[in-house]
Design a protein. Structure first.
Length: 277
């Protein structure tokens, strides 16, 4: 089911700036037993992205009402769904310049959960394998961190492999520093220290990434945030990837380098996340 500006439809004008230019933002939210997880954190990131792009974000109450409408219409026997909220700058004429009077388009959809319980269980208990992508991320501090609609880099990176044994891909910047996965954020354990890549020039500041960092900081555990060159994989003892749908997936192999998965720090993060949810 999909709502576009509050109307149940899957049709949108061909001159919408989201379609024409990728001029907009989106959030992907896990819905478990009828409740969107980390709702406030997702709305906060959406609002921050709107401020960065000078894009008016619909009222939070309206977004909540329409989300509840979608969830209420879903099959109650299915316990997990994926809620997607997309906000574009709206429809407009030809050219990059936009009118400040434009009315944003809001699109809310509810989709089936992409992973079976067996897939999720195996990923958490056995770890996953990652491909090292050839596609590099461009650098732009204005767009870094936010979840804008321009996802061609991720599209190209994700289509570098078709092997079902590979769950995700590591994407780097032009300097050869690991930034993120195609759909997730990355964490590494090096010399007993938990480290995650810096995202000031590229990448998405994930809600789950922030949740992990904040929960650990509240308990006195520091997470180092810094550039991580690909060559440092040989110094890595553990690794995991995360996002709002998968939670935390331990990584047992990146390219040709293997890790113990799940390692003790990764296990601790998984348990802390469970207690904090």
């Amino acid at each position: 089911m999909m709502l576009i500006n509050g109307v149940e439809t899957d049709q949108i004008t061909a001159i919408d700036r989201g379609l024409q230019y990728g001029d907009g933002l989106f959030e992907t939210i896990a819905v478990v037993d009828g409740e969107p997880e980390f709702w406030q954190q997702h709305l906060q990131r959406l609002q921050q992205g709107g401020e960065r792009l000078a894009l008016s974000i619909p009222d939070a109450v309206l977004l909540q009402q329409e989300s509840e409408q979608l969830i209420a219409a879903a099959d109650a026997n299915i316990h997990r769904w994926v809620l997607k909220i997309t906000v574009t700058r709206g429809s407009g004429g030809r050219g990059y310049r936009y009118s400040e009077a434009q009315t944003p388009t809001r699109i809310l959809s509810l989709s089936p959960w992409p992973y079976s319980e067996q897939q999720q269980s195996e990923a958490v208990t056995q770890g996953v394998m990652l491909h090292i992508c050839n596609t590099r991320l461009g650098e732009n501090p204005t767009l870094a961190g936010i979840k804008h609609l321009n996802r061609l880099e991720q599209v190209l990176a994700r289509n570098e492999w078709s092997d079902p044994a590979i769950a995700e891909g590591v994407v780097m910047n032009p300097q050869g520093e690991m930034v993120e996965g195609t759909m997730s954020n990355l964490f590494f354990v090096q010399n007993g220290e938990l480290v995650t890549p810096e995202l000031k020039q590229s990448g998405v500041v994930g809600v789950m990434r922030q949740q992990i960092i904040q929960q650990l900081q509240q308990q006195g555990v520091t997470v180092a945030i810094r550039p991580i060159p690909l060559q440092q994989l040989i110094l890595t003892e553990e690794a995991f990837c995360c996002n709002s749908l998968i939670g935390i997936w331990p990584i047992h192999k990146i390219g040709g380098i293997s890790f113990h998965a799940p390692g003790p720090i990764t296990k601790d993060c998984i348990q802390r996340l469970k207690r904090g949810s």
